[in-house]
Structures are given as C-alpha cells and as structure tokens.
Design a protein around this ligand. Structure first.
Ligand code: NAI
Ligand code: MG
Length: 361
C-alpha cells in the first residue's frame, strides 16, 4: 500500500500554502515514483463553520489511522469571540493530545542566501543546522495543582512543574534517535541547580544515554546558559532536548537566528505505531496570517519544508527530503523572494504560486 497522508489546510493562508505542498506531493508521484494516498479534511475555523466543532470526530479518527498528518494553520479574527471549547486552536490541541505527540521538533537551519536576515553576525549563523526537541505534553503547562487563589489579602497564581520518569525517558529517546541520523550529539537543557524536576530530568537523560545510546555524545547545560550559548555560538549544538517551558522559549529564540516566520517548519511526533512509524503531525510554525490572506503573498516554504520533514522522519525518504530542501536552497540563492523575504534593498517579490513554480522547477 502507498504511504498515507491526511492534509488539513485549515484557515487563512493555510489553504494557500498547502496548495503548493499538494503540487510538490504530485511532483514526487510523477517524477520519483513516490505516491501517497492523500486525503484532505477540515480543521479549525473551517471545521467550525461546517460542523460547529474545530475538529470533527471523523477527522480525528482519520488522523489516528494515517501515516502522517500535514496541517496548514488555524484561527483568525472571525473566530476570536467563540467560546474557548470551540476555538480553532482547540482543533490543533485535540490532535496533539489524542495522538499523544510528546516530541516537538523545531529545526533552526540557516539558508546561506538569507544569512543577512539574521539579527546576528553572518559568520555566527552561516551554515547553522540545529534541532530543538521540546517535550510537548507535560511539564508546567499541564501540572496540577494550578490556579489562582486567595491567601490572606492577596491573590496567588500557581502552576506546577511535574515530570514523570517515563515522560522524560521517551522524549530523551526521541532526541537520541534523531541525533544518530544527524551530528550524533545531544545537549540536554534544564535547571538542575534550582529545580527538582531538573535534577530528575538530568538523571533520566543520562541513564537513557548510558543504557541505550552510549555512542551519542551527551552534554548537559543549564537552560539560562543555553539561551546565552544559542545566541553567542549556536553552531556548537546539534540536537538540544529540553522540557515544555524551556523548549517554548528556546525554540522561538533559535528560530529567530535564521530569519522569517515564513521559513520555519516543525514536526510533532508520538510513539511508534505497528508499522514502526511514529504518530506524526507536521506544520509550519506560523499562523493563519489574516493580514495577508487572499493576496497571494504568503510564503509557502515553511509548509513545504514541513513536508520535507515528513519525508525524512515518517517515510524514511532522506534523499528525497534532501532534494526538496536543496530546491528551496537553490531558489533562495537565485534571489527568488516572497514579500516577507524582501530585504531593505527591495526588489520585486514573487507570489505564493510563483514561489511554488520556482521550487518545482
Ligand atoms: P501569524 O504567524 O499568523 O502572523 C504573524 C506575522 O507573520 C503576520 O504579519 C503574517 O503576515 C506574517 N506571516 C506569517 N506566516 C507567513 C508566511 N507564510 N508568509 C508570509 N508572512 C507570514 O501570527 P499571528 O498574526 O499572531 O496570528 C494570526 C492567527 O493565527 C491567530 O488567529 C492565531 O491564533 C493563529 N495562529 C495559529 C497557529 C497555528 O495554526 N499553529 C500558530 C500561531 C498563530
Ligand atoms: Mg512559543
């Protein structure tokens, strides 16, 4: 059977950038004999408009069955006043939760042609290729007790950082597996100097390393130092593994080492299924960009690179992923730019579809 993909374009520029990914998928079918069974469905506001819920149960069931899900973006001003329970982002959160996608992969890769875009010096970022692995389903965003209560005359806000050994172990494994396919190096970041969960994090990552991945180079770093090092000398890293909160902050920081939001892909992986493939959702980091929706201005590269990640991490198609990333690299080197990639020197931007054309060519 062909590998299967569920495509959820979503809202705003989601369908616009996903249309270019569909063309890329068709290209692989026609030219590389790599044929996917593709189905498409609604998520977010688009699903709410049709079904009154941001993710229909049938769509959820389909997501559990396919080899990988590709999502565009959800949300928009039209849905801002909806009840929390049916807000577009709840569709995405439900997918992540029910598929148990605990490992969030955020690459920070510097395309040479865009090195001038970084807020850092060119030589600090040129050739940069690192991957942040963020634990996505536990930690302080979910820990109990939580809430705001009264103590005497004042209010107190409470969140709880909580990690079980198995939650740490599984995300550590996912980082080590990744490192084996890349530079064979993992840096684990926590605050073991001041947090109990940090002490446990460091211990468990070290134990998994010693027992299962002794051949991978492992180091530990306090997350605050990690933030400094990411900006000072990011190329010292290969894979960084960290918890939900630190990962949220560090991955956004790392992302901006390399430039535009329109360039950033991501993957969220769960446990391997019967066929050995992990449950997987691929999506650009950006949102639905209502300010440019319907104008043909959206940069499709983040979504196209998300599909490249799917080729690599779900389908073991590393050579074809390289081919696609190489095409993006080439197009940028040729000076093809959507509006978000225009520097101060100006020029004429291409449309979403023209960027797709260039990458296909
Ligand atoms: P956003 O990422 O949609 O847009 C931020 C800025 O970046 C805008 O100026 C936008 O035009 C630009 N931009 C984003 N992607 C681009 C692309 N591919 N090409 C060119 N320019 C691009 O974030 P914002 O404005 O905070 O949120 C807009 C909506 O998207 C909200 O409803 C928000 O909830 C939702 N959102 C959804 C996410 C998701 O689906 N995962 C993630 C972030 C926001
Ligand atoms: Mg964030």
């Amino acid at each position: 059977a062909n590998p299967s993909l569920l495509i959820l374009p979503g809202d705003g520029i989601g369908p616009e950038v996903m249309a270019q990914v569909r063309r890329v998928i068709d290209w692989f079918g026609a030219n590389k004999d790599l044929v996917f069974d593709v189905s498409e469905d609604l998520v977010g506001g688009a699903a709410y408009d049709k079904h009154g819920t941001p993710l229909h149960d049938d769509t959820m069931a389909k997501a559990q069955e396919v080899d990988a899900v590709l999502l565009g973006a959800v949300g928009g001003p039209k849905y801002d006043d909806l009840d929390f329970a049916v807000k577009p982002e709840r569709g995405l959160l439900r997918l992540r939760k029910e598929m148990d996608l605990f490992s969030n992969l955020r690459p920070a890769q510097c395309f040479d042609a865009l090195a001038d875009f970084s807020s850092l010096k060119k030589d600090v970022v040129a050739g940069l290729d690192i991957m942040i692995v963020r634990e996505l389903t536990s930690g302080v965003y979910f820990g109990e007790p939580r809430g705001i209560h009264k103590e005497g005359n004042e209010r107190v806000g409470v969140n709880t950082q909580r990690y079980t050994e198995s939650e740490i172990a599984r995300v550590a494994r996912s980082a080590f597996e990744l490192a084996k396919r890349r530079g064979n190096k993992v840096c684990s970041m926590e605050k073991a100097n001041v947090m109990e969960s940090g002490i446990l994090w460091r211990d468990v990552v070290q134990e998994i390393h010693d027992a299962e991945y002794p051949e991978v180079e492992l180091s530990h770093m306090y997350a605050d130092n990690g933030a400094m090092q990411l900006v000072r000398a990011p190329k010292q890293f290969d894979v960084i593994v960290t918890d939900n909160l630190f990962g949220d902050v560090l991955s956004d920081c790392a992302a901006m080492l390399t430039g535009s939001l329109g360039m950033l892909p991501s993957a969220s992986l769960g446990l391997p299924m019967g066929n050995g493939r992990p449950k997987a959702l691929y999506e650009p980091v950006h949102g639905s960009a209502p300010d440019i929706t319907g104008q043909g201005k959206a940069n499709p590269i983040a979504c196209i690179l998300s599909f490249a990640m799917a080729l690599r991490y779900s389908f073991d198609e590393g050579a074809n992923a390289d081919l696609l990333e190489g095409a993006v690299q080439k197009v940028l080197a040729d000076g093809v730019r959507t509006a978000d990639l225009m520097g101060p020197e100006g020029g004429t931007p291409v449309s979403t579809g023209e960027m797709g054309d260039a990458i296909l060519a």
